[in-house]
Design a protein around this ligand. Structure first.
Ligand SMILES: Cc1cc2nc3c(=O)[nH]c(=O)nc-3n(C[C@H](O)[C@H](O)[C@H](O)COP(=O)(O)OP(=O)(O)OC[C@H]3O[C@@H](n4cnc5c(N)ncnc54)[C@H](O)[C@@H]3O)c2cc1C
Length: 499
């Protein structure tokens, strides 16, 4: 067996990989991150959620960088969806729980810039980053994954070893097969065709930074403002409409736009970008799936490598960064605090599956176009097992705070208003009653998590995602595993230890 020079090797420098690598380095681990491209590189997935910006990115230490980057502020979403023809709008900040967490807004980002910002931060935090280097194989010895084979841009092949390999190589991952089987959703069998436009219209203020999601006879469009003039436009259509692509993407997109008056109007004076990073149309299909397992000894799947579900609520980067954060915590606790590997990685898998299942479950009913927004809100309430107003449950879910409230509250508790509230009562008086109520409710989140785990297993059976998981009942009131996040956000600690 070779000597491990690193505690962890991260494969892929997207948001999932950068997050895992940075937080592990912050916890004191020696981390190598290998990325096959030279950044900045193109990626789809431009509309982000508040939980990413105010939760994970805050922990990564990039809040100021994000602010300075000048990304478009996304205060919510506008939907032409369901049985009524009139568009409806939601603002993240309208829900009390989002106000408390400061989950009031997110950003619409050019991923080339956002991903580079996160990767540069990883470097600053001590991660050794090698771009233009591909992982071509995983070395397996003595029943565990112990290293990778690397191919650099000069064509030189070398080996590198580590205690843990984190596969964050995205939906194209080939390493996920080592951990288990990728099971594609039978429900979400869509195809996305997308491109970029200059000079498209904007929704009226104050919603001009919103994502606009617009249903039309073949599926739905996303319309995402990336700057004052640049817009990302994509059509997500059922696979049976893929035949239109046989006459070329220009023809197909023309047909889709013609069938959607709202998008046609917004693009009336716009020009499609034909060259450079944003030139041409791109197509993605078969993109909703979940792996039967997220880890084996020595290897952990993070982000899209483990699972992905339809982009209607822009959950991809949230799930990637959130899972990167969870994986880093589990690995840091195994490395630094002697937690058994199976315990740490089960905590990881369970929590990631849980967050994924909340989106999956909600999205299945959201695709029922015969409902109105009130029914969707009620569904969100049911999915979260919440007793709050239905529209607030919806806002909590789509902000990325569905199952994560307790842990982000706990991190705030140490440094933010909740801490002030407890220590000297200097919190904004207008927020005081809400904060107190939230503190009381924190323990009740147990029910949400327990129900969601049950549902997750059920959902798997219904949709053919036969991913058995042997979760131990009993334990932590928050997630049923007996652990919660440490005060610095970098490890797990037993509830009994943390007091
Ligand atoms: C049509 C569509 C629309 C979407 N819209 C949104 C949206 O609006 N909002 C949102 O949040 N998400 C959206 N997503 C999802 C989003 O694109 C992904 O969830 C997100 O990029 C996942 O991040 P990641 O870090 O897991 O992987 P990635 O971002 O894919 O990063 C993986 C990295 O690994 C590198 N890599 C791959 N193989 C290797 C190798 N062998 N060796 C070394 N490096 C390697 C790649 O070059 C890449 O940089 C959308 C997805 C689709 C399909």
């Amino acid at each position: 067996m070779g000597i491990a020079n690193h505690n962890a090797i991260v494969v892929g420098g997207g948001p999932g990989g950068s997050t895992a690598a940075t937080l592990l380095a912050k916890a004191g681990a020696r981390v190598l991150l290998v990325e096959k491209e030279k950044f900045p590189r193109y990626q789809i997935g431009e509309s982000l959620l508040p939980a990413t910006i105010h939760g994970v990115c805050r922990l990564l230490g990039v809040s100021d960088d994000l602010h300075a980057a000048g990304f478009i502020k996304k205060r919510g979403g506008t939907f032409r969806w369901g049985k009524h023809p009139t568009p409806w709008t939601f603002d993240f900040g309208s829900a009390e729980v989002n106000q408390i967490l400061e989950f009031n807004f997110a950003y619409q980002v050019e991923r080339a810039k956002f991903d580079e910002l996160l990767l540069n931060n990883a470097r600053r935090q001590g991660v050794e980053v090698r771009e233009e280097t591909s992982v071509t194989d995983v070395i397996q010895e003595g029943g565990r994954c112990s290293g990778v084979t690397l191919l650099d841009r000069s064509g030189r092949s070398t080996e590198a070893r580590a205690t843990f390999i984190i596969d964050a190589s995205g939906n194209q991952s080939r390493l996920h097969a080592i951990a288990g089987k990728r099971v594609f959703s039978k429900f979400f069998q869509n195809l996305a065709l997308f491109g970029y436009f200059e000079g498209g219209g904007r929704l009226p203020a104050p919603h001009s930074g919103n994502i606009f999601s617009c249903a039309f006879p073949f599926g739905w469009f996303w319309y995402i403002p990336l700057s004052q003039t640049l817009t990302s436009v994509g059509a997500v259509v059922a696979k049976e409409h893929a035949a239109k692509l046989r006459s070329g993407p220009d023809y197909a997109m023309g047909q889709f736009i013609d069938a959607c008056p709202e998008i046609k109007q917004l693009l009336a004076n716009a020009t499609r970008i034909e060259n450079g990073m944003y030139g041409g149309y791109r197509v993605r299909k078969d993109y909703s799936y979940i792996n039967s397992r997220f880890w084996v000894p020595g290897l952990v799947l993070v982000g899209d490598s483990a699972c992905f579900v339809d982009p209607i609520f822009s959950s991809g980067v949230h799930l990637a960064t959130y899972s990167g954060m969870l994986a880093a915590r589990s690995i840091a606790t195994i490395l630094k605090r002697g937690m058994p590997e199976a315990v740490g990685l089960d905590i990881y898998e369970r929590r990631y599956r849980l967050e994924y299942s909340v989106f999956y479950d909600f999205l299945v009913s959201f695709y029922d176009m015969h409902q109105d927004e009130q029914s969707y809100f009620w569904k969100a309430r049911k999915v979260l097992g919440s007793d709050q107003a239905a529209n607030h449950a919806f806002l909590q879910l789509v902000a990325g705070a569905g199952t994560t409230v307790a842990e982000f509250l706990r991190l705030r508790e140490r440094s933010g208003e909740l801490f002030q509230l407890r220590v000297d009562g200097t919190v904004d008086p207008n927020k005081r009653s809400g904060l107190l109520r939230e503190l009381m409710k924190e323990r009740d989140m147990a029910q949400v998590h327990l129900r969601a785990v049950g549902r997750s297993a059920q959902m798997g059976r219904q949709d053919g995602l036969d991913a058995p998981l042997d979760f131990n009942p009993g334990g932590d009131p928050a997630t049923n595993d007996g652990y919660r996040v440490s005060p610095d956000g970098l490890c797990w600690e037993r509830l009994a230890e943390s007091g």
